[in-house]
Ligand binder design. Structure first.
Ligand code: ADP
Ligand code: MG
Ligand code: MG
Length: 915
């Protein structure tokens, strides 16, 4: 039996988005809920897959080449080739017969006939994949019109203007989408006609102008592709193929890659054939988009736009300025009520904020699509919290709705009000965050500049879906036309880029690459700052402020804290960082790197003397000075973290990192000799530097190895820490301090430095101050051998913490800097690696080692505390892996602490579901 490819709205299962696509599923669901949906049917994604089937491999290869973002000319050649392959394909066996049969059913239901010169049925042919890819694929409206049916439509509706308006739209859309004709040809002709009749807005066009447009558009088609097809069935067949093809439009390919939409998430598009309803029949008709809550702020009120005498695509294209939904409510209170009830019903059953497309045809409301709305991170958080409080979803569901990236984006900088910057233009705050970048005026330039490491703001008059690669390359987007639901706004919000749209008092001249605003002329490469929170645009770079947690996020994170199992600490080295960490809810510091405290020049100088000292006495002399300086910093941090643990790591990096380069010293010697100076001390320095030079410093004399060679260094560092703690205790504070030994590979290293350096210091401080200190001593697990011998280590320490950066280097034998620059990108491309292991914990190798080692450690010493302090501790996928292991806490950079709290909660919820 042949496959069934086509389903009417009333026979499909709306839960099966993979098969029917999100748009199709939404039509089915709305119809089944009793909302008014024009009748139609769905051609499944399976049909699309079978359509591509015969050329699948070739297509995949071209897709992969396009994905690498080749230069524009190569790209265009690839697209031409891809499209010609697709155009050579036929519809899969049996599909057309099914389509014809379902069209007949549609004729019966509507009482109209497809191609009937008296009472024609018109349809839209719409794309729609399993996940929404806003504007990335194609749709054709008003299909079924030709020179005969247009007359029938005019007569039957008694509205010639409307019929010809629909016809000129159809030829234009069919030409652009199905026949691939450059839209500029049509838009230029249309502008000429508007000028000829002195018309500013489309609805004012006299009927003669519409008829003229129809003739001219047909000629444009004839000149580029041969006669415009008059046979509706041929139109339909071609449109179905074109919608299949639009799955592989370059922008769709690019969007899927950027959004990581792989074939297991969405594979090919469905095609929805829907009876047309007309928003362009007059002033009692129109088309709109509405959200069930405000997608910018999250406020619980309908939010949207309505455009009278218009069809769907007019709203998104920003051709005319629509009325807002409050105005709609005033003019059409009954329709508003029906819309409100429908939208809120959908919100309740779909358990999320809804984005709904609708059309009004002569006072009757039709629902044309619904989906879960994309919104600003702020709105995402607020609506999730509100919906949980309203009982629409549970707290756990609310936690699962907010992505960890949203949390990061919510910590976007704000413009510093004290900067007193003068804006030069104001638009709509379409996507939040304030950023500065250099101006570029087209998406290809944005990509090029970004490749050179520049931060760019992409300025356009308006954006088209084809610009999406430029969005990803830019740090922010600015347009002078378009509303909150314009393409630029929707996509910017979806991918979390700050954007200001519709800044009408600015002029973007894309041709000459200049922006004119507020009496200034900014050229390509000039800096601008855009503020997606307020819609303001500033010249130059405006200083920004550190973010705060908004109250809704605080509330959500409190819920996260109730369910998560993993603790969350921060990696912080300086008092400022510690303060941010605490503000963002860190439960302590999981890694304080002493090295950062040496950055101040006088300290660096002391440290150099210590390293270069030729004997113990000299070293101790300098250490005495240094430890007093460090003590003050420790006090500051312990005070901020009062009552919470702070893990201080003893000095770790290779010593050469603190020293001048031998070549530089050599040069100074040469210069000194030439000018007859005494260079003997420089010469001594040079010889010492040469003696300290190592072939492979990352694997050289560093970490605990330095502590073993020079126990007095560990003694004084410990003394600084211990005195800081004891002084605070005397002041009535509660410092909770842990000392961590880095780079250990054998338990005997720990025993040795404890005995020779750490314990004597602790004893000395306790004795001299009379304060009992309760300092835990632990080690980092970052060598493979430490991980493999962890039972022995665990019995010797109070805590361990996995340093997953170095551990990853060691497990892969990849040196991080070389790997990330040289070959990891290629490995990702070739799928030798699924992810950069320095970003996401390698689930098969490194994770296995951590898992085993953490289990062994707990078996050997049940009281032991186990943490993770590599950067993986702030990365959601890695957090979810850690959550399943015997790990007590992760430690992340301060700005990632809120994200880690949420990700840890999500991991806990996900694993409780699995059980
Ligand atoms: P997209 O995925 O780009 O939103 P759609 O298939 O949803 O494409 O259609 C584009 C626009 O055309 C939408 O605004 C939609 O509401 C409108 N539209 C689609 N089908 C019909 C129809 N049968 N009658 C009236 N308007 C329609
Ligand atoms: Mg749509
Ligand atoms: Mg390390």
């Amino acid at each position: 039996m042949p496959k069934k490819y086509v389903f009417d709205f009333d026979e499909a299962d709306y839960r099966n988005k993979r098969l029917f696509g999100g748009k199709g599923a939404s039509l089915v669901q709305m119809a089944q809920l009793g909302l008014r949906v024009p009748p139609g049917f769905i051609i499944t994604t399976e049909a699309c897959k079978d359509f591509f089937g015969p050329k699948r491999e070739e297509i995949a290869e071209l897709e992969a080449q396009l994905a690498r973002q080749p230069p524009p000319d190569v790209r265009d050649a690839l697209i031409t080739k891809l499209f010609s392959i697709i155009d050579s394909l036929d519809l899969p066996q049996g599909l057309w017969e099914e389509v014809v049969e379902h069209m007949k059913r549609l004729e019966d239901r509507t009482g109209r006939r497809f191609g009937d010169p008296k009472n024609p049925l018109l349809v839209s042919v719409r794309s729609g994949a399993a996940v929404s890819m806003p504007g990335m694929m194609d749709t054709v409206l008003n299909l079924g019109l030709n020179d005969e049916t247009v007359k029938g439509l005019a007569e039957q509706t008694n509205n010639e203007w409307f019929a010809y308006d629909a016809y000129r739209r159809f030829i234009n859309m069919f030409g652009r989408i199905v026949l691939n004709i450059d839209d500029k040809l049509f838009s230029k002709a249309w502008d000429d006609i508007k000028r000829k009749y002195g018309v500013k807005e489309d609805p004012q066009m006299p009927i003669e102008g519409l008829k003229e447009a129809v003739e001219i558009f047909k000629k444009i088609v004839a000149e580029s592709r041969g006669a415009f097809p008059q046979d509706p069935w041929e139109q339909l067949k071609l449109a179905i193929k074109a919608v299949f093809r639009s799955w592989d439009s370059p922008r769709a390919i690019f969007y899927r890659i950027a959004e990581k939409i792989t074939s297991d998430i969405a594979d090919c598009t469905a095609v929805n054939v829907v009876t047309m309803v007309f928003g362009n029949m007059g002033w009692d008709s129109g088309t709109g988009v509405v959200f069930s809550r405000d997608v910018a702020t999250g406020e619980n009120r309908l939010y949207g736009e309505f455009l009278p005498v218009a069809q769907g695509e007019d709203v998104v294209a920003g051709i005319r300025t629509p009325m807002d939904i409050d105005e709609f409510k005033k003019r059409f209170p009954h329709l508003y009520e029906e819309l409100y009830n429908g939208v809120k019903l959908l919100e309740k059953v779909n358990k999320d904020v809804q984005d709904v497309e609708f059309t009004v045809e002569r006072g009757r409301l039709y629902f044309l699509q619904c989906r879960n709305a994309k919104m600003t991170p702020m709105a995402r958080v607020k609506t999730a919290v509100d919906m949980a409080k309203e009982g629409i979803i549970t707290k756990d569901e609310a936690l699962m709705k907010v992505s960890p990236e949203h949390v990061l984006q919510l910590l976007y900088p704000r413009i510093d009000p004290k900067a007193n910057a003068r804006p030069i233009a104001k638009g709509l705050p379409a996507s939040p965050g304030a950023v500065s970048g250099q101006l570029v005026f087209n998406p290809d330039d944005a990509v090029k500049w970004a490749r050179d490491g520049k931060k760019v703001v992409l300025a356009r008059v308006e954006t088209k879906p084809d610009d999406v690669h430029g969005f990803y390359a830019a740090v922010g987007i600015l347009t002078t036309r378009g509303g909150m639901t314009s393409h630029a706004a929707v996509v910017a919000r979806a991918i979390g880029k700050p954007a200001v749209v519709g800044a009408e008092d600015a002029v973007v001249d894309e041709q000459n690459k200049v922006l004119r605003a507020g009496g200034l002329i900014l050229k390509e490469g000039d800096w601008v700052t855009i503020d997606g929170n307020t819609g303001l645009v500033y010249p130059g770079v405006v200083p920004t402020l550190e973010p705060e947690l908004i109250p809704e996020l605080e509330e959500l994170l409190r819920w996260a804290d109730e369910v998560r199992r993993l603790g969350v600490r921060a990696n912080a080295d300086l008092p400022e960082d510690a303060a941010i960490a605490r503000k963002f809810g860190a439960e302590g510091i999981g890694l304080l790197r002493i090295e950062r405290m040496f950055r101040k020049p006088e300290r660096l100088d002391l440290l150099r003397r210590i390293i270069l000292a030729e004997n113990r006495e000299e070293r101790i002399k300098h250490l005495e000075q240094l430890y007093r300086m460090l003590k003050e910093d420790f006090k500051a941090i312990f005070e901020i973290m009062d009552g919470l643990p702070v893990v201080v790591r003893l000095i770790d990096p290779p010593l050469h990192e603190f020293l001048p380069k031998p070549e530089e010293v050599l040069q100074q010697i040469c210069e000194g000799r030439m000018s007859g100076k005494d260079v003997s001390s420089l010469e001594r320095l040079y010889n010492r530097l040469k003696a300290l030079q190592e072939a492979n410093p990352m694997l050289g004399h560093r970490g605990v190895r330095v502590g073993v060679s020079y126990p007095e260094v560990y003694y004084y560092l410990t003394k600084a820490i211990a005195e800081a703690a004891s002084e605070l205790k005397k002041e009535g504070r509660n410092p909770v301090v842990e000392i961590m030994i880095p780079q250990v590979s054998d338990v005997r290293e720990i025993k040795y430095v404890k005995e020779k350096g750490i314990m004597p210091a602790l004893r000395d401080v306790e004795e001299s101050s009379g304060v009992k200190l309760d300092i835990k001593i632990g080690t980092m697990i970052e060598t493979v051998r430490a991980a493999l011998t962890v039972e022995k280590i665990a019995r010797e320490v109070d805590f361990i913490s996995f340093g997953t950066n170095d551990l990853t280097q060691a497990v892969f034998s990849f040196s991080r800097d070389d790997a990330e620059n040289k070959f990891i990108p290629q490995y990702l491309d070739l799928k030798i690696l699924d992810a950069d292991p320095f970003e996401t914990l390698d689930p098969e190798g490194v994770a296995k080692l951590v898992e085993q080692a953490s289990r062994s450690a707990k078996e050997a010493n049940p009281a032991i505390e186990v943490g993770v302090c590599g950067e993986h501790g702030g990365e959601p996928k890695s957090i979810s892996l850690f959550s399943r292991m015997k790990i007590d806490y992760v430690s992340a950079s301060p700005f990632r602490v809120p994200l880690a709290r949420l990700a840890a909660a999500q991991a806990a919820i996900a694993s409780s579901k699995r059980e």
